[in-house]
Design a binder for this molecule. Sequence first.
Ligand code: ATP
Ligand code: MG
Length: 398
Amino acid sequence: MVEPFADLFKESAVFANREVLSPHYVPKHLLFRERQINEIEKSLTPSLRGERGRNVFIYGKTGTGKTSCIKHVVDKVRELPIIKAKITYVNCRIYNSRYRVLSKIASDHIPQYAKRGYGITDIYEKIINWIEEDGKILVVVLDELDIVRDLDDLIYTLTRSNSDIKSGGVTIIGVSNKISFKEVLDPRSLSTLYENEFVFPPYNSEELAAIIKDRVASGFKPNVVDPACVNLAAAIAAKDSGDARLALKIITKAGEIADNKNQSSVGVNEITEAAKFAEEEIAYEVIGMLPEHQKLIVYAIALMSITGGRYKKLDENNDSFLLSGEIYSRYNSIVESLHKDVKTTRLYRRYIADLEMQGIIISHESGKGIRGHTKLIKLSYQPEKIKEMIEKNLFKEN
Ligand SMILES: Nc1ncnc2c1ncn2[C@@H]1O[C@H](COP(=O)(O)OP(=O)(O)OP(=O)(O)O)[C@@H](O)[C@H]1O
Ligand SMILES: [Mg+2]
């Protein structure tokens, strides 16, 4: 008879510490980010001295280490001996409105005012009074700030507070992987946020290999992972996106596959198998979280990738790329069939830029000759799978 949950207590032959492989783990040492960490710290120096510093905006593709670096800096600031700067880290996926962000600030620093029932003006005044007590500098880190519903109001409130505060001040550090939201912001909020901008570049395959190697050393048992596996996982992730999260997901998944096969080592086969899983899993997560119209654009691209666009007939070598304009027409007809309002071409272009930033599509400008200059677009994942996933997600739920 098979013991129920026997696997639950079986010791893994490959993993030494699963925790360090989790996507939420913040490593002690962040490789290749010394310069970025230094720059962020430098920009915070005035705040730590008790003067209002310049706001910072951190921008970079997914998996480039933005959250890890900023959390690293936040932890360091918190460890400093008594200073007037007080820091709050806000994950805007959870705190996604001005009210929630202000409540989070209050609950971090003045717990008695974090109770439910306070109006926004009350919370705002409490925060201002708390800052003025001894001229504090409040540093607010807004991670994934593009998700905040009333971002303009939030930025305006935080910035305006500086003219309401008699002594002390507020500094904002914004973090995002979306470029397009710049256009949504009021120009005033935009110039406030962009006083200082840092860009995090994607990792190349050598960097990813070093990041994986470092994590394998603490997450896996010794000599379980062949060095060739590390390089292969890094090469796959570098080619795809330069995303460290994907690289780590591949190696972790490969470990799970080896475990399931009762193997005591991870080989190249497991990496290849894991890469497929990991990419799909990431695609599901990312696409599942897209706003409706971006999902519909991806849906149009998936449908057209299956049937083939017109460009296919023009150039057999480039058969998998679709014309941006053709996608827009297909998206329009889908939206109309759902009796929804079509978004303008301006918004459409912004969505396309976002989808590319998130690694869902790849695009390049056509050379001269194909309808002048146009964008050629390709889906990064298998269109059949994406089609099925979006149909489940969008059409079958209600
Ligand atoms: N320089 C690095 N050294 C070690 N691990 C890293 C490094 N950069 C990223 N990682 C790891 O990669 C994963 C993704 O990093 P992180 O969450 O910081 O990315 P991000 O830029 O915030 O991505 P997103 O835009 O999707 O929020 C994390 O598990 C993190 O531990
Ligand atoms: Mg992040």
